[in-house]
Design a protein around this ligand. Structure first.
Ligand code: N2P
Length: 389
């Protein structure tokens, strides 16, 4: 069964040794009463019982933070952001106050290189052994050599989400395109869909790469000339875009948009929500024929984290199979936690827009990264596109 999914076309057949079991402390029952010399004890966590986490919106299962707080007595302040740019600005400014942040790997690479994150103490995270080795190898090769800084929270892909019912109505006699990206980039389609609402993610590093991919260019081009090409294309549909927003669950399920460039899991959550609300409209996360853009979101410690021990404890807690499975089951994003796979609900594991099949995965565009200069040029190009009408 698992064969069909990502794990199968794993980049290599590395098998992880070790099972992440914690060692039991020796039972004190028959030990003599302690005398003068104290036994070598594990270092005590003397940090204040606080942990500050900054993660993407709609990414943590209900109750998970409360369970951690109850178990550890650590009070968690959990804030959310909506774009990599927003998180990055906080890290660059310094003194964010956050211990754990969850950048996309596209941003994590420059953050590591820029000294904004600190290496993990892997001895405090035995559950790292639960992670899928090929995914770790991919992250090590592209982003984080030796997996020193980053622990995957979830992965997914940027794609097109539609309210099928409304889109069919708006298109009328026009059939659905073979490539779902046409719905958001091709004027023939956008001219019709603007009536029910087109939403774009509000982030230069989400929209420009997707536009470049649609143009047949390298989605992760660092060449500003390519951004010009992208924005020339985007300018043609600018007047048809109703909203720039990174909260597509609300946008699609709440009826503000019938088509969105968005993230696979959020679109699937919108689909579930529409069903729960007994909407007759069907929402679908598309698999565009030319491929979609993969992302990895990763936990990391900020360079100035004040509660590194608590942060390591949380990372290890999240890596328990039952917690990673809860994330996949509730947030509709695949987990990189291999040990969690048998706790994933069959309808999630079998949803081809969550755990995509191998042949589609092969078509998807893996994440890369941009230089600081490229990101700046991209932001300028995107902002002038947004301002145009
Ligand atoms: C969480 C969406 C994060 C995905 N709801 C984009 N990195």
């Amino acid at each position: 069964m698992m064969k069909k999914y990502l794990w199968s076309f794993a980049l290599s057949a590395i098998v992880l040794a070790g099972c992440g079991k914690k060692e039991e402390p020796p039972t004190p029952a028959l030990a003599p009463a302690p005398v003068a010399t104290a036994p070598a004890a594990a270092p005590v966590n003397t940090e204040e019982k606080v942990l500050n986490i900054y993660n993407w919106a709609d990414y943590v299962p209900e109750g998970m933070i409360a369970t951690f707080e109850k178990e550890t007595g650590i009070k968690v302040n959990y804030d959310t952001f909506e774009t990599n740019e927003a998180l990055h600005a906080k890290l660059v400014a310094g003194n964010s106050g956050y211990d754990i942040v969850v950048p996309g790997s596209v941003f994590a690479k420059p953050q590591i290189e820029g000294g904004l994150l600190q290496p993990l103490d892997k001895s405090k995270i035995p559950n790292l052994a639960n992670l899928d080795a090929p995914i770790l190898a991919t992250l090590a090769a592209k982003t984080d050599p030796d997996n020193k800084y980053l622990v995957p929270w979830a992965w997914g892909f940027t794609t097109v989400g539609i309210n099928k019912t409304k889109v069919a109505k708006a298109l009328g006699a026009m059939p659905m395109p073979e490539n779902a990206w046409d719905l958001v980039f091709k004027p023939e389609y956008t001219a019709k869909l603007k009536s029910c609402g087109i939403a774009y993610l509000d982030s230069p590093t989400e929209i420009i790469p997707v536009a470049l991919h649609y143009l047949g260019k390298d989605a992760y081009s660092n060449d500003p000339a390519d951004y010009k090409l992208a924005t020339e294309m985007l300018a043609k549909v600018r007047k048809d875009v109703r909203i720039f927003s990174s909260t597509m669950i609300d946008d699609i399920a709440g009826g503000k948009a019938c088509v969105a460039i968005g993230w696979s899991g959020d679109i699937n959550i919108a689909a579930v929500r529409a069903k729960e609300n007994q909407s007759k409209d069907e929402i679908e996360s598309m698999l565009p024929s030319t491929g979609a853009l993969i992302f990895f979101d990763t936990m990391a410690l900020t360079k100035d984290a004040k509660h590194p021990n608590n942060a390591h404890a949380f990372i290890d807690f999240y890596l328990r199979p039952e917690n990673a499975a809860l994330m996949a089951n509730e947030m509709n994003y695949p987990t990189a936690n291999k040990a969690a796979m048998d706790q994933i609900n069959p309808e999630i594991a079998g949803n081809k827009t969550i755990f995509v099949e191998a042949d589609y995965f092969a078509k998807m565009i893996p994440p890369s990264s941009f230089s600081n200069e490229a990101r700046e040029a991209m932001a300028n190009a995107y902002n002038s596109f947004k301002k145009g009408k």
